[in-house]
Design a protein around this ligand. Structure first.
Ligand SMILES: Cc1cc2nc3c(=O)[nH]c(=O)nc-3n(C[C@H](O)[C@H](O)[C@H](O)COP(=O)(O)O)c2cc1C
Length: 250
């Protein structure tokens, strides 16, 4: 031995078997998405899983100094049980804070470089941060450091959203190609004037598919999705703003 150790994870040593591998295998970029409405419970379950806060104040993604400068806004127009408009996901409270009742999806999608189709997806997640405030918070570490940390954190959030979407049988894709000036104008009513949009994640069903846990059959050719076969799903579509008590992702 050379002094290094290698960790081997065996199925029978891990209570969840190889579920994590199935979720990773199912992670993919899905575009375009169906305009089919998404149940509010699915949206909130994804947000809670991807960016919700743990009881000790930490989250499922890393943040320099646990500062969490990246906020998640959601522009919705096709969510069953949630009024059209835009919301800020409040990670600590696991709640959706209404920001505006106008549907901004079309204006936001037009400000992307190649994703006008995203206007039709039921929800558009916006990752946004106050880069100047982050710069001030980390100025002792050098010029530009705070903004750099925001971008890195956004990448971790993106991967969490991707993995939760895969686990729930939903589709998403990270849209980093945005026209900065057009996005500033389009997003200002949603994220305010001090935050910059770092990227968008449309969320919905893959065209022609309904959600299915990743462990099940993959009739659509993409893991975790199956063809529509009629009313699904037994999900409670009532307005669901308070999300505490939602089952963990399976
Ligand atoms: C930084 C970054 C920016 C991206 N920007 C866009 C974009 O503007 N439009 C788009 O359609 N896809 C975008 N994507 C998604 C990539 O096209 C996609 O991840 C890539 O094709 C690999 O496919 P996969 O995610 O299914 O593995 C972006 C991905 C990353 C990581």
């Amino acid at each position: 031995m050379d002094g290094t150790t290698t960790a081997h994870l065996h199925d029978d040593e891990h209570p969840d078997g190889r579920k994590w591998e199935a979720v990773l295998a199912a992670r993919t970029s899905t575009k375009p998405l169906s305009a089919e409405p998404l149940p509010a419970a699915q949206l909130i379950r994804l947000l809670d899983g991807a960016v919700g806060e743990r009881p000790d104040g930490s989250r499922r993604y890393p943040s320099a100094h646990a500062h969490y400068p990246v906020d998640v806004f959601v522009a919705v127009g096709g969510i069953d049980g949630l009024q059209s408009g835009a919301y800020l996901f409040h990670a600590a409270e696991s709640s959706m804070i209404p920001v505006t009742q106008r549907d901004h999806r079309h204006a936001l999608a037009r400000a992307t470089l190649d994703a006008a189709w995203a206007a039709e997806s039921p929800a558009l997640l916006l990752l946004a941060a106050d880069l100047d405030a982050a710069g001030r918070a980390f100025q002792a570490q050098g010029r530009g450091r705070g903004a750099r940390y925001c971008w890195i954190e956004a990448g971790a959030v993106v991967q969490n959203v991707h993995l939760c979407a895969a686990a729930l049988g939903l589709g998403t894709v990270f849209l980093g190609g945005i026209d900065d000036d057009a996005m500033r104008a389009a997003a200002q009513p949603v994220v305010g004037s001090s935050r910059s949009v770092l990227g968008l994640l449309p969320l919905g069903f893959a065209a022609g598919c309904l959600p299915q846990p990743v462990s099940a059959a993959t009739a659509c050719g993409a893991p975790g999705r199956r063809r529509r076969s009629g009313p699904d799903d037994g999900v409670n579509n009532d307005l669901l703003v308070e999300t505490r008590g939602i089952e963990p992702l399976t």
